[in-house]
Design a protein around this ligand. Structure first.
Ligand SMILES: [Zn+2]
Length: 415
């Protein structure tokens, strides 16, 4: 059964919210307490043991560990282990100048994580256990959550309470099991994710769909102008500016909204065309290739790219479609789909790929065709005679013309 992570808003009384924040603050104290003890061990003995037995021993000595659910405290312990492990890996590669992983800032609200036990979700009501030993005697709390109404799930596997910096609110994240729609299709499609063309998809019958990235660029440009008018309070840490993070927040909301529309439309098309498998080129391979710098510049920046992939993954999962998001994308944009040559002379002009062999195609369609062939070992456009057919290209434009700053209350309502 596919698992999805969903975000939900928390609706709690001020008293419940106070208790939640206090429990999260306890988690920070526990995190820093474990960190402090480990650092001291390191100073005294020159070594650190991040074994669970060592950490559990320290955990017992930390009074704040009793401020929240014991299994959640163990998950905080695992976060500390993870921090050290990442640190060891960085140090091994000489990529850090620090002696130990850092502490969490004062007043930081650490996530409260629940796996398997300590929580129940009944409809929109969530009950969390806080353990038996809190000083104020509160053992459990109940509050309401709300999330996107179109999501139906079978079971909640994990739940975390996190603090969202941009909205300054507590949020719930639920890992849920969803019942996928039955899918008897056998079709395949390959997808290339880019900036000018947000999604280029080719189906097995040689039909290509192009989703323009023009509106996303327009949103970027608009907020870039707004940003230019705001003076950062500190040159060294512009992200600390409240207005800056508000701008980033709004920009992301608008981009996300568009990405939802595009990916939802695309998945509907997949269902209509009987698709069972989606292949997506994996960018991680490209990042190491300096030669593809031009291509990277054409890319959506990392955040939006990850969003698109995640949306495709979960929308596909709901539709019973399998996603292969690990197709090696290297060379797919420069290689001629017809003759397979990859030469510098295969220039891209005005979004069109041209090869000396006579093949011409929209550049992203050419890339998607190569991803298709790499993933499925067959090309949608190559006939048995070796002739290559031109794909039929359909373009989609979103009917979303205005880019404006929505009112605050609207933002909240759509959160
Ligand atoms: Zn060629």
């Amino acid at each position: 059964m596919p698992m999805l992570t969903i975000k939900a808003q928390i609706h709690a009384t001020p008293e419940t919210e106070r208790v939640l924040r206090d429990a999260m603050f306890c988690a920070t104290k526990v995190y820093n307490g474990l960190m402090w003890h480990l650092r001291r061990q390191q100073e005294q003995t020159g070594r650190v043991s991040v074994r669970r037995s060592n950490l559990n021993r320290i955990l017992k000595t930390l009074p704040r560990a009793k401020g929240y659910y014991s299994m959640s405290a163990q998950l905080t312990r695992d976060e500390v282990r993870q921090a050290w492990r990442s640190f060891f890996a960085l140090r091994k590669n000489g990529r850090t100048k620090h002696n130990a992983p850092g502490f969490r800032p004062r007043g930081f609200l650490s996530p409260l994580r629940y796996v398997q036990s300590g929580f129940t979700v009944a409809g929109d009501r969530v009950t969390l256990s806080l353990g038996k030993w809190r000083e104020d005697g509160v053992r459990q709390i109940t509050f309401r959550i709300s999330h996107r109404p179109d999501l139906k799930y079978e079971r909640v596997r994990e739940l975390s309470i996190t603090y969202d910096k941009s909205s300054e609110r507590l949020e719930a994240r639920l890992v849920v099991e969803v019942l996928p729609r039955e899918n008897h299709g056998e079709g395949r499609v390959a997808v290339d994710v880019g900036e000018t063309v947000l999604l280029a998809a080719v189906f097995a019958d040689g039909v290509a769909l192009l989703y323009s990235g023009r509106l996303i660029k327009a949103i970027r440009r608009y907020w870039q102008k707004v940003r230019a008018k705001v003076k950062p309070p500190s040159r060294d840490a512009p992200h600390r500016s409240r207005r800056y993070s508000e701008i980033a927040h709004k920009e992301r909301r608008q981009v996300e909204h568009l990405l939802h529309i595009v990916t939802a439309h695309f998945i509907r098309e997949c269902i209509r065309r009987g698709v069972k498998e989606i292949a997506i080129g994996d960018l991680r391979n490209i990042r190491q290739e300096i030669a593809y710098g031009d291509r990277l510049n054409q890319r959506l920046h990392n955040w939006a790219y990850r969003k698109v992939i995640n949306m495709l993954r979960y929308k596909a999962a709901l539709a019973g479609i399998v996603v292969h998001a690990d197709v090696d994308e290297r060379g797919t944009s420069r290689t001629c789909h017809a003759c397979g040559s990859e030469r510098k002379s295969n220039r891209i002009h005005r979004g069109f790929y041209r090869c000396g062999c006579g093949w011409t195609a929209q550049a992203d369609v050419n890339g998607a065709l190569n991803i298709y062939e790499r993933a499925f070992q067959v090309s949608p456009t190559k006939g048995s005679s070796g002739r290559v057919a031109r794909p039929m290209v359909l373009s989609f434009q979103l009917g979303w013309h205005t880019v404006h700053e929505p009112e605050r209350k609207h933002l909240r309502a759509s959160a």
